[in-house]
Each structure stands twice: as C-alpha cells, then as structure tokens.
Design a protein around this ligand. Sequence first.
Ligand SMILES: [Zn+2]
Ligand SMILES: [Zn+2]
Length: 147
Amino acid sequence: MPSEVEVLRELAKAYWAGRDIPCPKHPGAKMIGSFVQTTAKDHIFLTCARANETITIPQRPKQLEFQRQQVEGFVENIQRGDANLCYRCQARLEVATNENPNTGVTEFTFTCTRCFSYGTWTGLPELAKIGSAPTSGTKKKSGAVAD
Ligand SMILES: [Zn+2]
Ligand SMILES: [Zn+2]
C-alpha cells in the first residue's frame, strides 16, 4: 500500500506530465485537474469525474524530481544518522526502501511531505558518497578519521 504522501506524489506527477490521472478511490475513474495560483497557496485541484470528490495538493514550491547527486546525498545522510530535509521547501522527506536481501542493493525513494518533490537512488548504501569518483582507484582507507 502506498502512503498518502506517495499517492499525492503520483497524482501531482501525472498532472504535470499531462497524463491521465486515475482516481485513488474509484478504480477506472479519472480525475480532472487544474493548477490554481493564489497569493497564499498555489495548488493542484483535482475533481473526480465519477463522484463528488476533490483532492487538493499544495504546490508551492512546485514538484520537481531531485537530481541524482542530491538523492545520493540523502542516502549518505541516512548512513550517518542525519535527518533529511527537502532542498526546495525544508520540509521532512519520507523515505521508502526496497532492499535485495541477497545483494544488499537497495532502492531508496524520497518524497517531500510538503511539495511532493521526489527522487530515487539504487545501490549499496555504504557506497553512497557524493563527490567521489565512481570507478577510480583512489578510495581512501576506511578507518581513517578525517577531522
Ligand atoms: Zn473518485
Ligand atoms: Zn519540498
């Protein structure tokens, strides 16, 4: 079951991509969307074509896909035990992980709980290192303390 944040993320993605927007509550029904700009709160307003039902998705700032390097930084923060906040609106990020038990390769999906920006990163979490060269032989010895 996707979380509520994931449901809203997918609805916003479909809206901005110009795709059909399936109603999360009525299988087979579509939603009609419009982007509403107000001085207080930009948002996407969705109306179900079948039932008298609407969904409002805050969109200030507007949803974006995070860059891969940013997402790798989020994974690195998790490894260090640090919290992750959205680059765009400073809200908390929801994280979903899907680990392959045989290889340890894990897919991380981050979603902002406020603007529904998102990004995924797949790999071995301990190898998440922004700024390091991916294939060169310059890997530092683990155990060396930087500070
Ligand atoms: Zn509906
Ligand atoms: Zn955000």
